[in-house]
Design a protein around this ligand. Sequence first.
Ligand SMILES: NC(=O)c1ccc[n+]([C@@H]2O[C@H](COP(=O)([O-])OP(=O)(O)OC[C@H]3O[C@@H](n4cnc5c(N)ncnc54)[C@H](OP(=O)(O)O)[C@@H]3O)[C@@H](O)[C@H]2O)c1
Length: 340
Amino acid sequence: MSNNNLSAIDPSSVPQRILRGGDKMPAIGMGTFGSDRFTAEQISAAVKGAIEAGYRLFDCAAVYGNEDMIGDVFQEALKSGIRREELFITSKVWNDMHGKGDVLISCSKTLKDLKLDYIDLFFVHWPFRNFHPKGAPPDYHNENARPYSHEQYMETWYQMERLVKAGLVRHIGSSNMTIPKMKLLIRDCTIMPSANEMELHPCFQQKEFYDFCIGNGIQPIGFCPIGSPTRPDRDKTPDDIADIEEPVVVQIAKDHNVHPAVICIKWAVQRGQVPIPFSVHSNEYISNLKNVTIDPLSESEMKKLESVDKNCRLIKGQVFLWDGSKGWEDLWDIDGTITK
Ligand SMILES: NC(=O)c1ccc[n+]([C@@H]2O[C@H](COP(=O)([O-])OP(=O)(O)OC[C@H]3O[C@@H](n4cnc5c(N)ncnc54)[C@H](OP(=O)(O)O)[C@@H]3O)[C@@H](O)[C@H]2O)c1
Protein backbone atom coordinates (compact mmCIF):
# COMPACT_ATOMS: atom_id res chain seq x y z
CA MET A 1 0.00 0.00 0.00
CA SER A 2 1.43 3.34 -1.02
CA ASN A 3 1.40 6.41 1.17
CA ASN A 4 2.56 8.61 -1.70
CA ASN A 5 -0.74 9.01 -3.53
CA LEU A 6 -0.66 12.46 -5.15
CA SER A 7 -4.24 13.14 -4.18
CA ALA A 8 -3.65 12.07 -0.56
CA ILE A 9 -4.70 14.33 2.28
CA ASP A 10 -2.32 14.57 5.23
CA PRO A 11 -4.19 12.84 8.10
CA SER A 12 -2.72 15.39 10.51
CA SER A 13 -4.66 18.12 8.67
CA VAL A 14 -7.99 16.39 9.39
CA PRO A 15 -9.77 17.84 12.46
CA GLN A 16 -9.89 15.58 15.53
CA ARG A 17 -12.41 15.03 18.34
CA ILE A 18 -11.40 14.25 21.90
CA LEU A 19 -13.25 11.42 23.61
CA ARG A 20 -13.73 10.98 27.36
CA GLY A 21 -10.41 9.89 28.82
CA GLY A 22 -8.52 12.01 26.29
CA ASP A 23 -8.23 9.67 23.27
CA LYS A 24 -8.55 11.40 19.90
CA MET A 25 -10.52 10.32 16.86
CA PRO A 26 -10.70 11.85 13.38
CA ALA A 27 -13.66 14.20 12.92
CA ILE A 28 -14.66 12.35 9.73
CA GLY A 29 -14.51 8.69 8.80
CA MET A 30 -15.75 6.30 6.15
CA GLY A 31 -18.82 4.08 6.42
CA THR A 32 -18.67 0.47 5.26
CA PHE A 33 -22.34 -0.57 4.98
CA GLY A 34 -23.04 -1.71 1.43
CA SER A 35 -26.82 -1.15 1.79
CA ASP A 36 -27.42 -4.56 0.08
CA ARG A 37 -26.13 -2.88 -3.13
CA PHE A 38 -22.34 -2.85 -2.96
CA THR A 39 -20.23 -6.00 -2.58
CA ALA A 40 -17.58 -6.72 0.05
CA GLU A 41 -14.99 -6.59 -2.78
CA GLN A 42 -16.08 -3.09 -3.80
CA ILE A 43 -16.17 -1.86 -0.21
CA SER A 44 -12.80 -3.28 0.84
CA ALA A 45 -11.26 -1.80 -2.32
CA ALA A 46 -12.76 1.56 -1.30
CA VAL A 47 -11.32 1.18 2.22
CA LYS A 48 -7.89 0.55 0.67
CA GLY A 49 -8.24 3.62 -1.53
CA ALA A 50 -9.51 5.66 1.41
CA ILE A 51 -6.51 4.76 3.59
CA GLU A 52 -4.25 5.84 0.74
CA ALA A 53 -6.25 9.07 0.46
CA GLY A 54 -5.72 9.82 4.17
CA TYR A 55 -8.77 8.38 5.97
CA ARG A 56 -7.95 6.88 9.36
CA LEU A 57 -11.43 6.27 10.81
CA PHE A 58 -13.58 3.39 9.51
CA ASP A 59 -17.05 2.48 10.73
CA CYS A 60 -17.46 -1.30 10.55
CA ALA A 61 -20.06 -3.77 11.81
CA ALA A 62 -20.42 -7.54 11.93
CA VAL A 63 -23.78 -7.38 10.16
CA TYR A 64 -22.29 -5.58 7.15
CA GLY A 65 -20.81 -8.97 6.22
CA ASN A 66 -17.49 -7.59 4.98
CA GLU A 67 -15.23 -7.33 8.05
CA ASP A 68 -13.10 -10.24 6.86
CA MET A 69 -12.18 -8.53 3.57
CA ILE A 70 -11.76 -5.13 5.22
CA GLY A 71 -9.46 -6.82 7.76
CA ASP A 72 -7.15 -7.88 4.92
CA VAL A 73 -6.87 -4.22 3.94
CA PHE A 74 -6.09 -3.14 7.52
CA GLN A 75 -3.44 -5.85 7.77
CA GLU A 76 -1.86 -4.64 4.55
CA ALA A 77 -1.94 -1.03 5.75
CA LEU A 78 -0.24 -1.94 9.03
CA LYS A 79 2.40 -3.92 7.15
CA SER A 80 3.03 -0.93 4.90
CA GLY A 81 4.04 1.18 7.90
CA ILE A 82 0.85 2.81 9.16
CA ARG A 83 0.89 2.39 12.94
CA ARG A 84 -2.11 0.79 14.66
CA GLU A 85 -2.59 3.88 16.87
CA GLU A 86 -2.98 6.02 13.74
CA LEU A 87 -6.12 4.08 12.80
CA PHE A 88 -9.44 4.45 14.61
CA ILE A 89 -11.67 1.44 13.96
CA THR A 90 -15.23 1.04 15.15
CA SER A 91 -17.45 -2.04 15.00
CA LYS A 92 -20.79 -3.15 16.43
CA VAL A 93 -22.43 -6.12 18.06
CA TRP A 94 -25.51 -7.17 16.03
CA ASN A 95 -28.94 -7.65 17.54
CA ASP A 96 -28.77 -11.47 17.55
CA MET A 97 -25.61 -11.47 19.71
CA HIS A 98 -26.80 -9.51 22.76
CA GLY A 99 -26.66 -10.86 26.27
CA LYS A 100 -24.37 -12.97 28.38
CA GLY A 101 -21.47 -14.55 26.53
CA ASP A 102 -22.55 -13.67 23.02
CA VAL A 103 -21.12 -10.14 23.09
CA LEU A 104 -17.66 -11.57 23.76
CA ILE A 105 -18.13 -14.13 20.97
CA SER A 106 -19.20 -11.36 18.59
CA CYS A 107 -16.28 -9.12 19.54
CA SER A 108 -13.79 -11.99 19.17
CA LYS A 109 -15.13 -12.79 15.70
CA THR A 110 -14.89 -9.14 14.67
CA LEU A 111 -11.31 -8.90 15.99
CA LYS A 112 -10.38 -12.06 14.08
CA ASP A 113 -12.05 -10.80 10.87
CA LEU A 114 -10.61 -7.29 11.09
CA LYS A 115 -7.22 -8.82 12.02
CA LEU A 116 -6.80 -6.45 14.94
CA ASP A 117 -5.99 -7.05 18.60
CA TYR A 118 -8.28 -4.29 19.83
CA ILE A 119 -11.18 -2.18 18.54
CA ASP A 120 -11.13 1.55 19.25
CA LEU A 121 -14.88 1.93 19.71
CA PHE A 122 -17.40 -0.90 19.93
CA PHE A 123 -21.14 -0.15 19.67
CA VAL A 124 -24.34 -1.90 20.58
CA HIS A 125 -25.79 -1.58 17.06
CA TRP A 126 -29.48 -1.37 18.11
CA PRO A 127 -31.02 -1.35 21.60
CA PHE A 128 -33.19 -4.36 20.67
CA ARG A 129 -32.58 -8.07 20.21
CA ASN A 130 -34.94 -7.96 17.22
CA PHE A 131 -33.25 -8.67 13.94
CA HIS A 132 -33.89 -9.20 10.27
CA PRO A 133 -32.12 -11.32 7.66
CA LYS A 134 -29.80 -9.72 5.09
CA GLY A 135 -31.77 -8.07 2.30
CA ALA A 136 -35.04 -8.07 4.28
CA PRO A 137 -37.96 -6.56 2.29
CA PRO A 138 -39.75 -3.39 3.55
CA ASP A 139 -42.67 -5.40 5.02
CA TYR A 140 -40.44 -7.93 6.86
CA HIS A 141 -41.78 -8.81 10.32
CA ASN A 142 -40.16 -11.05 12.94
CA GLU A 143 -42.77 -12.57 15.27
CA ASN A 144 -40.12 -12.96 18.00
CA ALA A 145 -39.48 -9.20 18.08
CA ARG A 146 -40.08 -7.48 21.46
CA PRO A 147 -40.21 -3.87 22.73
CA TYR A 148 -37.18 -2.34 24.48
CA SER A 149 -36.19 -4.09 27.70
CA HIS A 150 -33.82 -2.07 29.85
CA GLU A 151 -32.89 -5.13 31.86
CA GLN A 152 -31.82 -6.93 28.67
CA TYR A 153 -30.00 -3.86 27.37
CA MET A 154 -27.98 -3.55 30.56
CA GLU A 155 -27.15 -7.25 30.45
CA THR A 156 -25.56 -6.54 27.06
CA TRP A 157 -23.96 -3.29 28.23
CA TYR A 158 -22.24 -4.96 31.20
CA GLN A 159 -20.74 -7.44 28.71
CA MET A 160 -19.51 -4.46 26.68
CA GLU A 161 -17.87 -3.11 29.84
CA ARG A 162 -16.07 -6.43 30.32
CA LEU A 163 -14.54 -6.01 26.84
CA VAL A 164 -13.06 -2.68 27.95
CA LYS A 165 -11.68 -4.21 31.14
CA ALA A 166 -10.16 -7.09 29.11
CA GLY A 167 -8.44 -4.58 26.79
CA LEU A 168 -10.30 -5.88 23.71
CA VAL A 169 -11.96 -2.53 23.06
CA ARG A 170 -10.90 0.97 24.11
CA HIS A 171 -14.29 2.68 24.12
CA ILE A 172 -17.90 1.53 24.07
CA GLY A 173 -20.87 3.27 22.58
CA SER A 174 -24.59 3.09 21.88
CA SER A 175 -26.45 3.46 18.60
CA ASN A 176 -30.03 4.04 17.46
CA MET A 177 -30.93 5.23 20.95
CA THR A 178 -33.33 7.88 22.28
CA ILE A 179 -32.99 10.36 25.17
CA PRO A 180 -35.10 8.31 27.65
CA LYS A 181 -33.17 5.12 26.89
CA MET A 182 -29.89 7.01 27.15
CA LYS A 183 -30.86 8.45 30.56
CA LEU A 184 -31.37 4.93 31.92
CA LEU A 185 -28.07 3.76 30.44
CA ILE A 186 -26.21 6.69 32.03
CA ARG A 187 -27.94 5.98 35.36
CA ASP A 188 -27.05 2.28 35.43
CA CYS A 189 -23.73 1.91 33.60
CA THR A 190 -20.35 1.50 35.26
CA ILE A 191 -18.50 2.63 32.12
CA MET A 192 -20.11 5.56 30.30
CA PRO A 193 -20.65 5.45 26.54
CA SER A 194 -17.91 7.48 24.83
CA ALA A 195 -20.01 7.95 21.70
CA ASN A 196 -23.53 7.53 20.36
CA GLU A 197 -23.97 6.65 16.69
CA MET A 198 -27.13 8.29 15.41
CA GLU A 199 -28.75 9.40 12.17
CA LEU A 200 -27.66 13.00 11.48
CA HIS A 201 -27.94 15.00 8.26
CA PRO A 202 -29.19 18.53 7.45
CA CYS A 203 -32.83 17.41 7.15
CA PHE A 204 -32.59 15.38 10.37
CA GLN A 205 -30.50 17.25 12.93
CA GLN A 206 -31.95 15.76 16.16
CA LYS A 207 -30.99 18.96 18.01
CA GLU A 208 -32.31 17.96 21.43
CA PHE A 209 -30.65 14.53 21.37
CA TYR A 210 -27.44 15.95 19.89
CA ASP A 211 -27.26 18.56 22.69
CA PHE A 212 -28.04 15.86 25.27
CA CYS A 213 -25.08 13.77 24.06
CA ILE A 214 -22.68 16.73 24.00
CA GLY A 215 -23.90 17.80 27.46
CA ASN A 216 -23.07 14.35 28.82
CA GLY A 217 -19.63 14.11 27.22
CA ILE A 218 -20.85 11.59 24.63
CA GLN A 219 -19.50 12.18 21.11
CA PRO A 220 -22.24 11.99 18.44
CA ILE A 221 -21.21 9.95 15.39
CA GLY A 222 -23.46 10.83 12.45
CA PHE A 223 -24.65 8.10 10.12
CA CYS A 224 -26.33 8.71 6.74
CA PRO A 225 -24.61 12.13 6.71
CA ILE A 226 -25.56 12.72 3.05
CA GLY A 227 -29.11 11.47 3.52
CA SER A 228 -28.09 8.00 2.31
CA PRO A 229 -29.24 8.25 -1.34
CA THR A 230 -28.26 4.58 -1.87
CA ARG A 231 -29.94 3.18 1.28
CA PRO A 232 -31.79 -0.15 1.07
CA ASP A 233 -35.30 -0.06 -0.42
CA ARG A 234 -36.73 -1.14 2.96
CA ASP A 235 -35.58 2.25 4.30
CA LYS A 236 -37.30 4.34 1.59
CA THR A 237 -40.77 5.89 1.96
CA PRO A 238 -42.58 8.36 -0.34
CA ASP A 239 -42.33 11.28 2.14
CA ASP A 240 -38.53 11.10 2.53
CA ILE A 241 -36.69 14.33 1.68
CA ALA A 242 -33.37 14.21 -0.22
CA ASP A 243 -30.81 16.39 1.58
CA ILE A 244 -28.70 16.81 -1.58
CA GLU A 245 -31.71 18.27 -3.42
CA GLU A 246 -32.63 20.77 -0.68
CA PRO A 247 -32.46 24.26 -2.29
CA VAL A 248 -30.34 25.76 0.56
CA VAL A 249 -27.84 22.89 0.38
CA VAL A 250 -27.75 23.09 -3.45
CA GLN A 251 -27.18 26.88 -3.42
CA ILE A 252 -24.34 26.71 -0.86
CA ALA A 253 -22.80 23.87 -2.92
CA LYS A 254 -22.89 26.09 -6.01
CA ASP A 255 -21.24 28.92 -4.07
CA HIS A 256 -18.41 26.60 -3.00
CA ASN A 257 -18.24 24.80 -6.34
CA VAL A 258 -18.70 21.36 -4.76
CA HIS A 259 -21.34 18.61 -4.83
CA PRO A 260 -24.20 19.14 -2.31
CA ALA A 261 -23.00 15.93 -0.56
CA VAL A 262 -19.81 17.77 0.37
CA ILE A 263 -21.81 20.57 2.01
CA CYS A 264 -23.62 17.99 4.17
CA ILE A 265 -20.22 16.69 5.32
CA LYS A 266 -18.72 20.12 5.96
CA TRP A 267 -21.80 21.12 7.97
CA ALA A 268 -21.54 17.94 10.05
CA VAL A 269 -17.87 18.40 10.90
CA GLN A 270 -18.24 22.10 11.68
CA ARG A 271 -21.27 21.41 13.88
CA GLY A 272 -19.30 18.87 15.91
CA GLN A 273 -20.56 15.39 15.05
CA VAL A 274 -18.31 12.83 13.35
CA PRO A 275 -19.85 12.01 9.93
CA ILE A 276 -19.02 8.63 8.40
CA PRO A 277 -19.98 9.03 4.73
CA PHE A 278 -19.94 5.96 2.53
CA SER A 279 -18.82 5.79 -1.08
CA VAL A 280 -17.07 3.29 -3.31
CA HIS A 281 -16.11 6.07 -5.76
CA SER A 282 -12.64 7.52 -5.14
CA ASN A 283 -13.53 10.97 -6.49
CA GLU A 284 -16.36 11.14 -3.94
CA TYR A 285 -14.59 9.85 -0.86
CA ILE A 286 -11.48 11.91 -1.59
CA SER A 287 -13.61 15.01 -2.06
CA ASN A 288 -15.49 14.33 1.20
CA LEU A 289 -12.24 14.16 3.18
CA LYS A 290 -10.36 16.92 1.42
CA ASN A 291 -13.17 19.44 1.73
CA VAL A 292 -13.26 19.28 5.52
CA THR A 293 -9.67 20.55 5.53
CA ILE A 294 -10.29 23.60 3.29
CA ASP A 295 -12.78 26.40 2.60
CA PRO A 296 -14.96 26.29 5.74
CA LEU A 297 -18.62 27.28 5.70
CA SER A 298 -19.33 30.74 7.06
CA GLU A 299 -21.37 31.35 10.19
CA SER A 300 -24.29 32.54 8.10
CA GLU A 301 -24.12 29.42 5.90
CA MET A 302 -24.12 27.26 9.04
CA LYS A 303 -27.20 29.18 10.25
CA LYS A 304 -28.97 28.69 6.91
CA LEU A 305 -28.21 24.97 7.05
CA GLU A 306 -29.61 24.80 10.59
CA SER A 307 -32.93 26.02 9.15
CA VAL A 308 -33.04 23.11 6.67
CA ASP A 309 -33.99 20.64 9.41
CA LYS A 310 -37.22 18.80 8.50
CA ASN A 311 -37.19 16.17 11.26
CA CYS A 312 -36.98 13.67 8.39
CA ARG A 313 -35.80 10.34 9.79
CA LEU A 314 -34.76 7.97 7.00
CA ILE A 315 -33.72 4.81 8.87
CA LYS A 316 -37.05 4.20 10.56
CA GLY A 317 -36.31 0.61 11.58
CA GLN A 318 -39.79 -0.74 10.89
CA VAL A 319 -38.33 -4.23 10.27
CA PHE A 320 -37.58 -4.38 14.04
CA LEU A 321 -41.18 -3.82 15.16
CA TRP A 322 -42.96 -6.28 17.44
CA ASP A 323 -46.51 -7.67 17.39
CA GLY A 324 -48.89 -5.00 18.67
CA SER A 325 -46.64 -2.02 17.89
CA LYS A 326 -48.38 0.88 16.17
CA GLY A 327 -45.67 1.94 13.73
CA TRP A 328 -42.00 2.79 13.36
CA GLU A 329 -42.42 5.80 15.69
CA ASP A 330 -42.65 3.26 18.55
CA LEU A 331 -38.91 2.60 18.17
CA TRP A 332 -38.05 6.25 18.79
CA ASP A 333 -39.95 7.20 21.98
CA ILE A 334 -41.39 10.29 20.30
CA ASP A 335 -43.34 11.45 23.40
CA GLY A 336 -40.27 11.22 25.63
CA THR A 337 -41.18 7.93 27.30
CA ILE A 338 -39.99 4.47 26.37
CA THR A 339 -42.63 2.67 24.29
CA LYS A 340 -43.69 -0.60 25.90
N1 LIG B 1 -25.40 2.59 13.34
C1 LIG B 1 -26.29 2.35 12.40
O1 LIG B 1 -27.35 1.76 12.65
C2 LIG B 1 -26.03 2.81 10.99
C3 LIG B 1 -27.11 2.93 10.10
C4 LIG B 1 -26.85 3.36 8.81
C5 LIG B 1 -25.55 3.65 8.41
N2 LIG B 1 -24.50 3.51 9.30
C6 LIG B 1 -23.11 3.82 8.91
O2 LIG B 1 -23.09 5.09 8.29
C7 LIG B 1 -22.45 4.99 7.02
C8 LIG B 1 -22.95 6.06 6.07
O3 LIG B 1 -24.34 5.94 5.87
P1 LIG B 1 -24.95 5.56 4.46
O4 LIG B 1 -23.98 4.76 3.70
O5 LIG B 1 -26.28 4.95 4.69
O6 LIG B 1 -25.29 6.97 3.79
P2 LIG B 1 -24.50 8.27 3.30
O7 LIG B 1 -23.07 8.22 3.66
O8 LIG B 1 -25.33 9.42 3.73
O9 LIG B 1 -24.69 8.14 1.71
C9 LIG B 1 -23.87 7.31 0.95
C10 LIG B 1 -24.09 7.59 -0.54
O10 LIG B 1 -23.88 8.99 -0.80
C11 LIG B 1 -23.30 9.17 -2.08
N3 LIG B 1 -22.10 10.04 -1.94
C12 LIG B 1 -21.10 9.93 -1.02
N4 LIG B 1 -20.19 10.92 -1.19
C13 LIG B 1 -20.61 11.64 -2.26
C14 LIG B 1 -20.10 12.78 -2.96
N5 LIG B 1 -18.99 13.40 -2.56
N6 LIG B 1 -20.79 13.23 -4.02
C15 LIG B 1 -21.94 12.63 -4.42
N7 LIG B 1 -22.49 11.56 -3.81
C16 LIG B 1 -21.83 11.08 -2.74
C17 LIG B 1 -22.94 7.80 -2.61
O11 LIG B 1 -23.88 7.46 -3.60
P3 LIG B 1 -23.42 6.99 -5.08
O12 LIG B 1 -22.72 5.68 -4.88
O13 LIG B 1 -24.71 6.88 -5.82
O14 LIG B 1 -22.50 8.06 -5.59
C18 LIG B 1 -23.06 6.88 -1.41
O15 LIG B 1 -23.50 5.58 -1.74
C19 LIG B 1 -22.72 3.54 6.61
O16 LIG B 1 -21.89 3.10 5.56
C20 LIG B 1 -22.51 2.83 7.92
O17 LIG B 1 -21.13 2.64 8.17
C21 LIG B 1 -24.74 3.11 10.58
